[in-house]
Design a protein around this ligand. Structure first.
Ligand SMILES: [Mg+2]
Ligand SMILES: [Zn+2]
Length: 184
């Protein structure tokens, strides 16, 4: 009975889509430290084109980003949201989009009391990835993450997806060899 229930609830694998999870700072934009304004936001070479390539290949596109600057009082959640809206608008101009942006606003030593805690979403914890996997029909076996830090790789591994390190240059060079062609 429980087996049957699980089958009813699960989205059939054929209807699931592969996903690419991008870290933000240091992968999509240059990491100048606590980036939270448009002035301080600069796309990495090939980042927008990478997102477009994922869109066109039928992948879901997610951003998973630690934003401890919110817990630390460096900037507000609404400032971050404004920046993310700007990113989406910029992408839209070239026909690209991110499906969802997950962020962790916490930090164990934060100044904002309600955000000052150890959590299960701050990478290397896999919470952001796992939540997206619950909320979206994701083919996890065909999905992967691109990050620039060991904590990104650890989060991917803990979530059961592949992780690839980006260490500068053009993001397309890391992405394209891993994208499979559109499944018709
Ligand atoms: Mg990073
Ligand atoms: Zn968190």
């Amino acid at each position: 009975m429980r087996d049957l229930q699980q089958k009813v609830n699960a989205v059939p694998r054929a209807l699931c889509r592969p996903a690419v999870f991008f870290d933000r700072d240091g992968v999509l934009n240059y990491d100048f430290g606590y980036v939270h304004t448009i002035d301080n936001f600069r796309w990495i070479e090939g980042a927008r084109e990478s997102i477009l390539a994922c869109n066109e290949a039928g992948y879901l596109v997610f951003v998973v980003t630690n934003q401890s600057g919110i817990a630390k009082g460096v900037y507000t959640e609404s400032a971050m949201r404004a920046l993310h809206a700007y990113m989406q608008e910029d992408l839209r101009e070239m026909g690209a989009h991110v499906d969802a942006i997950a962020f962790c606003p916490h930090h164990p030593e934060g100044l904002v009391p309600e955000l000052r805690r150890a959590c299960s979403c701050r990478k290397p914890e896999p919470g952001m990835i796992l939540r997206l996997c619950r909320e979206w029909p994701i083919d996890r076996a065909a999905s992967f993450l691109i990050g620039d830090k060991p904590s990104d790789m650890q989060a991917a591994e803990a979530a059961g997806i592949a992780g690839y390190l980006f260490s500068g240059g053009n993001l397309l060079d890391v992405l394209l060899p891993r994208l499979r062609p559109p499944q018709v």
